[in-house]
Design a protein around this ligand. Structure first.
Ligand code: SF4
Length: 292
């Protein structure tokens, strides 16, 4: 849940998820619809699908145990280098560090060197004797992340309160390295087309769309657009901006009243549905419901 998402955002979703699936076993016995429903609103739904798939593998093929071998862990759905190392440290207390943005920042400041000029894997390997002195490696890794989040913060690090300031080259240097500005995410333009059955208060949705990050979810037909021209046979409704996952969308919303819909589309009530509808689609429901 914490991938690309802040702790304070995750907490209520995490508690709700644990209320529904309190054990690995109960999760593994569930299905995609129920798991996605418990994840509703948190976005990046691929994480929920991967979690469900992983729970089934662990229960059915691994005797409910997570391997201590990083190669085996990385074979589990959705688990890359970072998560595999975090699991090894947190669950098996192994001497390894999950290198996230916070950890990179702390090391790069300690060395007063740009992150892009550091080979972190090599750095950790060379310094492993000093880094892994503790027998509580899981606490060490968590503390390192927290230190980056709370003390050695991205902007205005709390150097005067920092208990390693005397060994920090960034703090001691008169020539502090400067981080290059991260390029802003480009906004992409999309047109969304809403077929509306006015009498029944319904809208046509499809899972056949090219919006990869909402893959397998119902949306009205959506197409990337390259111009702001009027679109024949469609009424312009409104323009709005939306961020989904790490994408920024500039959306022109169009509608037409119609009883005919393209193949692979289905009618959905604008009020209540049993199927899971992503919050992005619900936002469109809200806007389009006011159409006369
Ligand atoms: S002294 Fe400042 S820059 Fe250096 S590690 Fe501590 S908080 Fe970070």
């Amino acid at each position: 849940m914490l991938q690309q998402t802040q702790v304070k955002t995750v907490i209520p979703y995490f508690n709700n998820f644990l209320d529904n699936f309190s054990t690995l076993k109960s999760l593994s016995l569930s299905n995609e619809t129920n798991v996605i429903k418990s994840w509703e609103g948190l976005g990046y739904y691929r994480r929920a699908r991967n979690l469900l798939a992983t729970s089934k593998i662990l229960i059915n093929k691994c005797n409910s145990k997570l391997s201590k071998n990083i190669i085996d862990i990385k074979k589990l759905p959705g688990i890359g280098d970072y998560t595999a190392n975090a699991l090894l440290a947190f669950i098996h207390d192994q001497p390894t560090i999950a290198i996230d943005g916070n950890v990179k920042r702390v090391f790069s400041r300690l060395l007063n060197k740009n992150e892009r000029k550091i080979d972190f894997v090599k750095l950790i390997e060379i310094n492993k004797k000093n880094l892994f002195k503790t027998k509580r490696n899981s606490d060490f890794v968590e503390a390192l992340m927290e230190f980056g989040a709370l003390i050695c913060k991205p902007k205005e690090p709390k150097c005067t309160q920092c208990n390693i300031k005397n060994t920090c080259k960034y703090f001691r240097s008169n020539k502090k390295f400067k981080k290059k500005k991260i390029l802003k995410t480009k906004v992409k333009n999309y047109n969304i087309f809403c077929y509306i059955d006015k009498m029944k208060n319904k809208i046509a949705l499809t899972k056949k769309h090219n919006l990869g990050f909402l893959d397998k979810f119902y949306l009205p037909p959506i197409k990337e657009s390259y111009s702001n021209k009027k679109i024949k046979n469609w009424n312009f409704h409104s323009n709005f901006r939306n961020s989904i996952s790490n994408k920024k969308l500039n959306i022109n919303l169009y509608y037409k009243f119609s009883l005919k819909i393209p193949p692979q589309h289905q009618w959905f009530s604008l009020k209540k549905n049993n199927e899971f509808i992503p919050s992005f689609t619900k936002k469109i429901f809200k806007k389009i419901s006011k159409t006369n």
